[in-house]
Design a protein around this ligand. Sequence first.
Ligand SMILES: [Zn+2]
Length: 299
Amino acid sequence: MSLIERIEKQINDLSEFTSTPGKGTTRLTYSKEDLLTRNYIKNKMMEYGLTVQEDGFGNIFGKLEGTLKDAPSVMVGSHFDSVPNGGAYDGPAGVIVALEVAALFAENQLTPKYPLEIIALIEEEGARFGGGLMGSRGIVGTLSEESFKNLRDEEGITTIEAMSKIGLDPTLPKRRNPNNIKAFLELHIEQGPILEEKNIPIGVVEAIVGLTQFEVTIEGKAGHAGTTPMDRRTDALVAAAQIISQLPGFAIEEGEGTVITTGRLNVLPNGANVIPNKVVFSVDIRSSKEKILTMSSSG
Ligand SMILES: [Zn+2]
């Protein structure tokens, strides 16, 4: 089997661990499907000569020691949970490719300079416990023990209860010392149309966009649609429409992937024959430029 076939096969293997067969991949954190996937990944890690460890969140690490003693690790990997009825590639592609990196070291009997750690992260999607990025937030210490313990799924099951059910140990070490991490590399599928449309096989992420959301309230003056002359109106919706129609232009002007969306609009009193006296609309801005996000959220 060629390397490509091997990667394809393993991604397909993982897609079988789903609670919705025939309807995409559904793999919630700490579920039966999580356990099956976990065992598959751990077995591959051992097969490729890695030392396997799990942390107190259930993240999986497979380590290949380097020639440098006590050096920080180069981590390669992604997440292995999935949204309900998700695709086969979101997450697993990054985990499997990372495993194959380790396999290449083993097959060619190479020892890296820095330790190589293959990592498979839990609950990136937040589909069971909400919030998302739980595994990676846990590792870097931005998810406190307290808030981790208090998370519950839709049925009221806590993280700790769910972990115990599949034999995971929440008392294992959680936070990683950042000095022990040299780099982190993640391969991930494209979730927009750009690369695929241009037939570019791979893109390198230059920045993770920041996100800000806020509401704009426009106050006008109510009046009867039939009896208020046009030059006497303070129509909140007309004002809002003028502002909203300019937002796409701002985004295009800023460039570098800046996007602005208004997706929610509340018009008051929302009657067909009443001039609107109040409009509240949402603005969602995503940009790789911090300046744009902080400027907008401070008004
Ligand atoms: Zn993903």
